[in-house]
Design a protein around this ligand. Structure first.
Ligand SMILES: O=C(O)CCC(=O)C(=O)O
Length: 295
């Protein structure tokens, strides 16, 4: 075991890499349940990072091309070519590059998702590569709750979304930020499609959704700076987003979302795969939005 995380904890409570697994500490589980997210350091070693960085670069260079809307700009812009995207988003990389399946991040994140949900049967629901272009003031990932993107199905909704930093992630390059405790709110906040005003783009909406924060929320926000190889894990309800990349380098992240096996099976049965090309995706969202607007 390596990468101990709680220097003050008795050694039996220290977390860290243990082969294909990563042992999380009780404090990490408590933080995840309380705040809706947790920072877990040292999940991949520098030697292991190549196994995930190399395939990611094949997507960024355009050597692997996701179909249709699975390659998009999550800044909200809809009039750009991939070499102009400021929040470059490749959905479902393990579908488009099957050699990624079973990689070291998948294996370790699976053990983390299981422990953070106290032993639930968790499966990979989707994966995603997100890269913010250097010096891009609009590379903002709008505030949202992940559940707002997904159909409200009657199965155990537990989710552990593991966000791996490929580059050190900090305020300058647009690290993740969370509103701790928002995961405990009884109802989902209202979301609307993001529109960036630029040329003809106003008329169209992008895949991205946004909710707004009150001044009290703004004061409570935590920006979470993490190192390459660290992850944050968030649940399905915590409000989160990220600021622009004002640095000279890319801010790259590899996201693996685990949901309960029963939920993933139900989503697939209904034709929802988290592909942005899914018909079900938008139909379900609009129906649900209309229903909640009427309430
Ligand atoms: O990478 C980002 O900035 C945002 C990612 C995100 O919102 C998510 O993985 O749910």
């Amino acid at each position: 075991m390596s990468a101990s995380t709680s220097p003050n904890a008795p050694s039996s409570l220290k977390g860290g890499i243990d082969g294909d697994e990563y042992t999380v500490t009780p404090e990490m589980i408590a933080a995840f349940e309380r705040d809706g997210y947790v920072h877990i350091p040292g999940v991949l070693t520098e030697a292991e990072m190549a196994e995930v960085e190399e395939p990611m670069m094949r997507f960024i260079k355009g050597e692997v091309l996701p179909e249709g809307k699975d390659l998009c700009d999550m800044s909200g812009a809809v009039d750009r070519t991939p070499d102009e995207y400021t929040v470059f988003n490749a959905m479902l990389p393990r579908r488009y590059l099957p050699s990624m399946q079973g990689n070291v991040f998948e294996r370790r994140a699976a053990s983390i998702a299981r422990q953070l949900t106290r032993g639930k049967d968790m499966s990979i629901d989707y994966d995603q590569l997100l890269a913010k272009r250097p010096g891009s003031p609009d590379s903002i990932f709008a505030w949202h709750q992940d559940l707002a993107y997904w159909p409200p199905l009657e199965k155990d909704p537990a989710t552990a979304t593991c966000w791996l930093a490929i580059d050190d992630s900090n305020v300058a390059n647009g690290c993740m930020r969370f509103l701790p405790g928002s995961n405990k709110e009884s109802t989902l906040r209202k979301h609307a499609p993001v529109r960036i005003s630029k040329g003809r783009m106003d008329e169209e909406s992008s895949h991205a959704l946004a909710t707004t924060l009150s001044p009290a929320d703004e004061a409570a926000v935590r920006t979470v700076e993490i190192k390459r190889g660290d992850i944050t894990v968030h649940d399905q309800r915590v409000v989160h987003g990220s600021g622009p990349n004002n640095s000279e380098g890319w801010r790259r992240a590899y996201v693996l979302a685990f949901r309960t096996k029963e939920m993933v099976e139900e989503e697939r049965r209904l034709g929802f795969s988290h592909s942005h090309n899914d018909e079900f995706n938008w139909d379900a969202f609009h129906a649900w939005q209309e229903k909640s607007d009427a309430e």
